[in-house]
Design a protein around this ligand. Structure first.
Ligand code: GDP
Ligand code: MG
Length: 177
């Protein structure tokens, strides 16, 4: 990806059912018009947003679910992202544990790189079904060495902040080079 054009490939990974596709589509609908969107493929979208006064084009890839039997696509996902959103559901502890597996897999695949990652605890509207506390999410992110945010795609809480946040994480690394 050409960082000179502020084009960032953002890949969502996480257990099935945690809300990756819903988060992606909410982000896609924020401007209520699709003119700024280019559909690049079945699950890949491009949109330009302004963050802190500077434009950034996000290529958002919600391709994780389409598994090939040989896992080719998942390995590909691990290789192509400029940044990752590791998503779990706060109502599903197994998905939280899966997030740790994915973090380890990502670290193995991209060993020498300092990849921007946000750990995303989605479905925070479902307070009565919560299985993973905010404190657990936060301390997991410390271990992961990444940012943490809780979101709700259902009530559109922190979704825009999430995508702005990942742009800021990419820029922090860019600007420190
Ligand atoms: P994916 O498999 O990770 O892409 O998950 P989906 O986006 O398909 O979402 C799985 C289910 O969870 C769907 O029924 C969504 O409507 C629901 N869902 C997604 N995000 C939220 C959320 O923030 N809150 C609630 N209550 N439901 C959600
Ligand atoms: Mg999906």
């Amino acid at each position: 990806t050409d960082s000179g054009n502020n084009l960032y490939r953002v890949v969502l990974i996480g257990e099935t059912g945690v809300g990756k596709s819903t988060l992606t589509s909410i982000f896609a609908g924020l401007q209520n018009n699709l003119e700024n969107w280019g559909v690049l493929g079945e699950d890949t979208y491009e949109r330009t947003i302004t963050v802190d006064g500077e434009g950034a084009t996000l290529v958002v890839m919600d391709t994780w679910e389409n598994k090939d039997e040989d896992n080719w696509k998942q390995n590909h996902c691990m290789l192509i992202g400029d940044a990752y959103l590791i998503v779990y559901s706060i109502t599903d502890r197994a998905s939280f544990e899966k997030a740790s597996e994915l973090r380890i897999q990502l670290r193995r695949t991209r060993q020498a790189e300092d990849i921007p990652i946000i750990l995303v605890g989605n479905k925070c509207d479902l307070v009565r079904c919560r299985e993973v506390s905010v404190a657990e999410g936060r301390s997991c992110a410390v271990v992961f060495d990444c940012k943490f945010i809780e979101t709700s795609a259902a009530v559109q809480h922190n979704v825009q902040e999430l995508f702005e946040g990942i742009v800021r994480q990419v820029r922090l690394r860019r600007d420190s080079k």
